[in-house]
Ligand binder design. Structure first.
Ligand code: NAD
Ligand code: MLT
Length: 312
């Protein structure tokens, strides 16, 4: 039968070609399976490949008695119970580089759409309104962009925002003065970001330390009329606090790609005209999906051949 790999979330067909072409790998698609079916059948597999939909819980891992490797076709591994995987001796790999560009481009698209109220104006026009006064925006040029988390995506956003002639201040506990100088940005602490930024974009992982990082106190410390972009993870923003800050006109607008609970079909934040949103599309480009699927596929093949994996 060979090494049995289950793909539980939709992955790029081109990206999984290396697995399909490999003689010692047997591939199954479980993208239409229910959670119950996944729990019942997971013990048949040596490897499990997911994106962000499938929750790889302790319960699932406990039932996965033959599982050796979990591959996450993307960056964030917050949908995988890493402690449970480690306890069961299962390796977790991800694809940290393949969607960096797409996520950075999506962040810029969201910031520009937010500053010029493009989704709101489009919706109004679709509803047969020609309203030029209501949709006056602000320019990005000479505004300050605060970046929280200056890793792969944060740095790419900084590079692009400089092209928009924005001033950039970034907070990241691991950011050196030297690296900030090379990027042509200012290094600050989180209070500096809150105090100076006209736009704030978040690019940290969702961790214990970053859960509800943007909370009531944080919004209070920001400039009046600040605009927020989150293409990182739901949960980093306290959504209730954001709702209140927008109602109080402290925050002028928010562009959100990610939410605490996903998927959803009703959300109180979407009732606010100041909020624009996409359904977790940051990495949803043909290029990124192909690239992350290739990265995890190749790592699985390396594992099967007894070689060291690249992205443990
Ligand atoms: P990365 O690991 O390269 O960068 C994360 C940075 O956050 C690191 O430099 C780290 O030092 C910093 N950081 C950690 N804790 C921090 C804190 N408390 N305050 C400030 N900075 C902190 O990750 P990345 O590839 O740039 O991805 C960033 C985020 O974007 C992740 O949450 C990832 O899951 C998410 N993401 C979302 C999408 C999407 O579809 N919307 C796509 C790709 C990545
Ligand atoms: C990631 O962390 O890579 C993104 O959330 C993209 C995805 O969901 O695949």
């Amino acid at each position: 039968m060979g090494f049995r790999v289950l793909i539980a979330d939709p992955l790029s067909e081109e990206g999984i070609a290396p697995l399909l072409e490999s003689d010692d790998i047997h591939l199954d698609l479980g993208t239409e399976w229910t959670n119950q079916e996944l729990l019942e059948r997971i013990s048949d597999y040596d490897a499990l490949l997911v994106r962000s939909q499938t929750q790889v819980t302790r319960d699932l891992i406990t039932k996965a008695t033959n599982l050796k490797i979990i591959g996450r076709a993307g960056v964030g591994v917050d949908n995988i119970d890493l402690d449970a995987a480690t306890e069961h001796g299962i390796i977790v790999i991800n694809a940290p580089n393949g969607n960096t560009n797409s996520a950075a481009e999506h962040t810029m698209a969201m910031m520009m759409a937010l500053s010029r109220k493009i989704p709101q104006a489009y919706l109004s026009l679709k509803n047969r309104q020609w309203d030029r006064k209501k949709y006056i925006g602000i320019e990005l040029k000479n505004k300050t962009l605060g970046i929280i988390g200056l890793g792969r995506i944060g740095a790419e956003v900084a590079y692009r925002a400089r092209g928009q002639r924005m001033n950039i201040i970034a907070y990241d506990p691991f950011l050196s003065e030297d690296h900030a100088n090379k990027l042509g940005i200012k290094k600050g602490n989180i209070e500096d970001v809150y105090q100076h930024a006209d736009f704030i974009t978040i690019h940290t992982p969702l961790l214990k330390e970053t859960r509800h990082l943007l909370n009531k106190q944080a919004f209070e410390a920001m400039k009046d009329g600040v605009q927020i972009i989150n293409c990182a993870r739901g949960g980093i923003i306290d959504e209730e606090a954001l709702y209140e800050a927008i109602q109080a006109k402290k925050v002028a607008g928010a562009a959100l790609d990610v939410f605490e609970e996903e998927p959803f079909y009703e959300h109180q934040l979407l009732e606010l005209p100041e909020v624009i949103a996409t359904p977790h599309l940051g990495a949803s480009t043909i290029e990124a999906q192909e690239s992350v699927a290739i990265d995890v596929s190749e790592d699985v093949i390396r594992y099967v051949h007894g070689e060291a994996v690249r992205n443990p």
